[in-house]
Design a protein around this ligand. Structure first.
Ligand code: 13P
Length: 258
């Protein structure tokens, strides 16, 4: 049975009322349904992580943070540390999302450092990577993935990837409704796994490789069935509890039959 992890990345959305309503709906669903085939998590904005922690009460859903600082404590006004995230029950941290690379000018080197600090301080980093439309058209997808992985490999070695997550998110597919071809995505995921495998077979076997980019209940089937796709990082479709629950229900059903 392949591991499958579905994470809802809320990005810059949400409010107290929204979070409470969402949690109530998720709780109602999870109280009745034991998840046998997939794990689920939500990445709300910082102010709502604690609300999730309190109201969710550890029921079959973990917490993801959308970002973290590279420092553990000290004079860094406006930042949030890994220890703070651990304090409020966070398990995963997204790093290298294309929106942070683009809008916050985060470089590969900085992302590498952040990835390593998250990993070495006991949380699980989710390394987002992927190509732009132009890079895709120039057949550079694999080169881009290698480049973004190599920075971490060169800086910290293959051990840094032990029990971590990679999320392949082609930039042109994010929030655009322009869905990637599941067969093409499988090829990229297989390539990424094989690339890691050249350095360490066991780590490559265990690494979770998620896909992200315009995934919803209606287009997810073919992705789930691909051997090297181990989950989804979902933006828009995770913003409605009903849609997120439908995705999880469907994932359970499909995964039980493959
Ligand atoms: P969408 O599902 O809205 O395309 O967003 C994907 C994403 O960026 C998840 O991190």
């Amino acid at each position: 049975m392949k591991p499958f992890l579905i994470i809802g990345n809320w990005k810059l959305n949400g409010s107290i009322i929204f979070v409470k309503d969402y949690i109530n709906k998720i709780k109602k669903f999870l109280n009745k349904k034991k998840l046998d085939y997939c794990k689920i998590s939500i990445a709300p904005a910082y102010p709502y992580l604690y609300l999730f922690n309190i109201y969710l009460n550890n029921i079959q859903m973990s917490l993801t943070a959308q970002n973290v600082d590279i420092h553990l404590s000290g004079s860094f006004t406006g930042e949030i540390s890994i220890n703070m995230l651990k304090d409020i029950g966070v398990k995963y941290v997204i790093v290298g999302h294309s929106e942070r690379r683009m809008f916050h000018k985060e470089t590969d080197k900085y992302i590498s450092k952040k990835f390593y600090i998250i990993k070495s301080n006991g949380l699980i980093p989710i390394l987002c990577l992927g190509e732009t439309e132009l890079q895709k058209n120039m057949n550079q997808t694999k080169d881009i993935c290698v480049k973004q992985i190599d920075v971490i490999l060169n800086d910290y070695g293959i051990e840094a990837f032990n029990n971590t997550i990679i999320a392949y998110e082609p930039i042109w597919a994010i929030g655009s409704g322009q869905l990637a071809n599941p067969i093409e995505v499988q090829k990229i995921h297989k390539f990424i796994r094989e690339y890691i495998s050249q350095k360490d077979f066991k780590i490559s076997k265990n690494i979770i490789i998620q896909y992200g980019g315009s995934i919803n209940e209606n287009n997810m089937d073919m992705f789930i069935k691909q051997k090297d796709i181990n989950g989804f990082l979902i933006g828009k479709a995770s913003l409605t509890a009903e849609d997120f629950i439908s995705i999880v229900k469907k994932a359970e059903k499909i995964l039980s039959s493959i």
